[in-house]
Ligand binder design. Structure first.
Ligand code: SAM
Length: 274
């Protein structure tokens, strides 16, 4: 018998993956978690019915989430990752000569299951990585630490979902205040084609940053296949990398970095409110 997983992200849309095996299916205090082994994308992490990470295309998302901001900062030493419990974002950050990476994810269940089922995804034993299980909104309110780069790798801002407060203007203000003078904040945002209003609202919510730019990249298993990221910067131009990778990459390059900020016309118009 054939087994399929169908994800419905918005009305009238479904994406299907043919499943080899269900490795885990359960619920934590915060969300439903499924880990499926799929024919096309390998092991796949699903939270509250939405694909978060697959073995096959996770590099596209994690490299593009992390490296643009990291290569724009001249000397990123102290990094804060919001969410990121699958380990992929911290693995990419740890390829840079950083001193400390603070990963704050609300759900211990995601961290434990990903360590078990996706051991290659994270670099959990690196002594520079400090993992804290807490609501990132609470952490930032109570912390007096300052970071060079803050990376938001959270679930989507679904209304009343666990990540919703992370996309508010109040939260972005806190992020701004916890960044060093050359600091950069980067966040994944929504698919511009399916969720134009949410993309625009998030972009507008970052107006405390003197420089805000949007860029995009491919992630085949995310709704629509095109994903967007937004960078808020205190002083540096997010489109201009100052350094190049001295480690192998599969998606990111300085050329891809610069090109990713060139937006299709409909997307530019969307941000301009046209
Ligand atoms: N790459 C994924 C995507 O965009 O599809 C997201 C990665 S997944 C690891 C996101 C993580 O954010 C989850 O582990 C979830 O527990 C965490 N998260 C959601 N809300 C959070 C909050 N308020 N504080 C900290 N972590 C949160």
């Amino acid at each position: 018998m054939e087994l399929w997983y169908f994800q419905s992200y918005i009305e009238n849309y479904q994406m299907g993956l043919k499943v080899k095996e269900t490795l885990f299916c359960g619920k934590t205090r915060f969300q439903e978690i499924a880990i499926l082994d799929t024919f096309l994308y390998g092991k796949t992490l699903i939270l509250d019915g939405i694909v978060q990470t697959t073995e096959k295309d996770e590099f596209m998302y994690h490299e593009m989430l992390v490296h643009p901001a990291m290569f724009v900062h001249p000397n990123p030493r102290k990094i804060f990752i919001i969410g990121g419990g699958d380990g992929g974002a911290s693995r990419e950050v740890l390829k840079h000569p950083v001193e400390e990476v603070h990963l704050v994810d609300i759900d211990e269940g995601v961290i434990e299951l990903c360590r078990r089922y996706f051991p290659q995804l994270g670099n959990w034993e690196d002594p520079r990585l400090k993992v804290l299980v807490e609501d990132a909104a609470r952490f930032i309110k109570e912390s007096d630490q300052v970071f060079d780069v803050i990376i938001m790798d959270s679930t989507d801002p679904i209304p009343r979902g666990v990540a919703e407060p992370l996309f508010s203007k109040e939260f972005f203000q806190q992020v701004f205040e916890h960044l060093s003078p050359e600091g950069l904040f980067v966040s994944q945002i929504e698919p511009p084609f399916f969720e134009p209003e949410r993309v625009r609202k998030l972009w507008e919510n970052l107006d405390m940053f003197p420089i805000v730019k949007v860029y995009w990249g491919l992630v085949p298993t995310y709704p629509g296949g095109v994903w967007t990221y937004v960078v808020g910067s205190k002083s540096l131009d997010p489109q201009k990398p100052l350094r190049k990778p001295d480690f192998p990459t599969r998606y990111y390059s300085p050329e891809v970095h610069q090109a990713a900020f060139t937006l299709p016309v409909f997307f530019k118009q969307l941000l301009e409110g046209k």
